[in-house]
Design a protein around this ligand. Structure first.
Ligand code: PEP
Length: 252
């Protein structure tokens, strides 16, 4: 049975004090919820990971990083390795977010290296991908998504996939207030599952969690999550307010 997940990507937001306060409020709300077969993840910036790990020590919240470098160590000023994350007890990393792809030149080849490096350190990965508006207008969105998954992940053996969660995030819906309709999300998620089934096995395709990301809010979460192939969400803006994030978790 695949896991239902809500993951909050905080991006470059929150200092230490705000991290503590937001997590304490999320923690308080989560204590009252039954999270059977559900997982809650937050991804603060590198500087707040240590704080986040200590504040969530006895809670149901898991902490992920937003990025990592593929290299083990060395002369890469400003970068953070998988090993460093693991030493903080951070076991999950988001890779391939559209902002990393667009602003930091992370193409499929770079991401493939990062995927291999994270897996070599036994980390779990939330692998993001999604089309630009122009791809959708050109009716190229299925092909584009297929190529992003293929180039980043299809070199992996079947056994590696138990460490991977997919996040379909149409770029035109991220931070724009414009959400893919539940039907558009379902259509793409079903396509992704079909692609995985053809490349690997129907079992693998059936068991992988596929999250939707792009302007998910308390008001639209339930309808999006109700779709058969949507297993939760990767949340940006709405993950920065405890009440909104909790309402989205409750919608799972
Ligand atoms: C994201 O950045 O992953 C995201 C989905 O952002 P938002 O929810 O703000 O659209």
């Amino acid at each position: 049975m695949r896991k239902q997940i809500v993951a909050g990507n905080w991006k470059m937001n929150n200092d230490v004090k705000e991290t503590k306060s937001l997590l304490k409020n999320i923690n308080k709300g989560i204590k009252k919820m039954s999270l059977k077969n559900k997982k809650v993840i937050v991804a603060p910036s590198f500087t707040n990971l240590n704080t986040a790990i200590s504040v969530t020590k006895n809670s149901k919240i898991k902490v992920a990083a937003q990025n990592m470098n593929a290299a083990k160590n060395g002369a890469f000023t400003g970068e953070v390795s998988a090993n460093m994350l693991k030493s903080l007890k951070v076991k999950t990393v988001i890779l391939g977010h559209s902002e990393r792809r667009a602003y930091f030149g992370e193409n499929d080849a770079v991401l493939k290296e990062k995927v291999d490096s994270a897996l070599a350190q036994n980390m779990k990965i939330i692998f993001c991908f999604g089309e630009e508006l122009s791809d959708r207008k050109d009716n190229n969105h299925f092909k584009l998504v297929e190529s992003q998954i293929k180039n980043g992940l299809f070199h992996l053996p079947e056994s590696a996939w138990k460490r991977i969660v997919l996040a379909y995030e149409p770029v035109w819906a991220i931070g724009t207030g414009e959400t893919a309709s539940p039907e558009q999300a379902q259509e793409m998620h079903a396509f992704i599952r079909k692609t995985l089934s053809e490349q690997y096995t129907p079992e693998l395709a059936e068991n992988i969690s596929i999250l939707y990301g792009g302007s998910v809010k308390p008001a639209n979460a339930k309808e999006i999550f109700s779709k058969a192939d949507v297993d939760g969400g990767l949340i940006g803006g709405a993950a920065l307010k405890a009440d909104d994030f909790l309402a989205i978790i409750a919608a799972l």
